[in-house]
Every structure is written in structure tokens, then in C-alpha cells.
Design a protein around this ligand. Structure first.
Ligand code: ZN
Length: 157
């Protein structure tokens, strides 16, 4: 078990200028996490951690998130093998946002099968009313049906 301890938030100086880790979790007990590829810098995904997930990520060295759709801890890649190995963890100025820099085993971070969850771009600055997304990744890294079988898709409508 992890015995990581977070500090109480005592002052702005402590939060911004000290070496104490005093993360702020929101009213749902969550902190947002941005995850990038350590080598390319590409944004892979955005998720959330609760206190337990953050502590386990720190002690274990692999990304463990909190799944809001499943309401449970989510050890990324445990099912698919596409584990995110932590290379660096950063916390922002007011300690209410986390940046994970990771190496991804298998090269994909998205359950749809793409390298990044942000595999589509939204065109902007054009006239007309309909927005047509553009696929920026042309091929999937893996076939989700083969990896997950009949497991429920975490995407909620
Ligand atoms: Zn995804």
C-alpha cells in the first residue's frame, strides 16, 4: 500500500513557492490530469485522479486514474497492456492540475485504438454552419474489438 502523504493547504506561499505537495481536489474529490508522451510531447489524454489514484500513481510509477463513468480507480492499460510508465509528474502553480509525462507500452493511449485521444481536429475560422471533424491519425494502433472483446465501452452518451 502507498503511504504517500499530502500536505494541508496553508498559505499561497506554501502552495506556490514551497517544496510541499498540497494538491487541491475539487468538490467531487478529483484533480484534472493532462498526459503527454515523454518523447514526442504529444497530448495523449486528459483525465482525473482522486486522492487515492494520485497517491498510487506516485508510489507505483504507472498512471492510475479515476474513471468518472465507472466510478472506480482505473489502472490505465491493465486490460489492454498499454500501460503508461511515468517518466515525470508535474503539478501546476496552484496545485490543482497534474501533468503526467509518460512512455506508453504498445504506443496507444486511447480505448478507440488511436495513439492519442485527441485524434480529430475541429476546423475553425471558416464560414458555413456545419462542423466536420478531421481525422489527424489515419490508422488505429490497435483494434479495440480484439483487445477488449465485449467489455463495456467507457464512453457515455
Ligand atoms: Zn481515448
Amino acid at each position: 500500500m502507498s503511504d504517500i502523504k499530502f500536505e494541508q493547504r496553508k498559505s499561497i506561499e506554501q502552495v506556490e513557492e514551497s517544496t510541499e505537495l498540497a494538491p487541491k481536489f475539487d468538490q467531487d474529490g478529483l484533480i484534472p490530469v493532462v498526459t503527454t508522451d515523454f518523447n514526442s510531447g504529444e497530448v495523449l489524454m486528459q483525465g482525473y485522479m482522486n486522492e487515492e489514484a494520485f497517491k498510487k500513481t506516485i508510489s507505483f510509477g504507472e498512471a492510475i486514474y479515476y474513471s468518472r463513468s465507472r466510478k472506480t480507480l482505473w489502472h490505465k492499460g491493465k486490460t489492454s497492456g498499454l500501460v503508461q510508465k511515468i517518466k515525470e509528474i508535474r503539478i501546476d502553480d496552484d496545485q490543482d492540475s497534474v501533468w503526467l509525462r509518460v512512455d506508453v507500452h504498445g504506443g496507444a493511449s486511447c480505448h478507440v485504438g488511436y495513439r492519442s485521444c485527441f485524434y480529430r481536429s475541429v476546423p475553425f475560422g471558416q464560414s458555413g454552419s456545419s462542423v466536420v471533424l478531421r481525422f489527424e491519425e489515419k490508422e488505429k494502433v490497435f483494434d479495440p474489438k480484439k483487445v477488449y472483446g465485449d467489455a463495456p465501452n467507457p464512453t457515455k452518451l
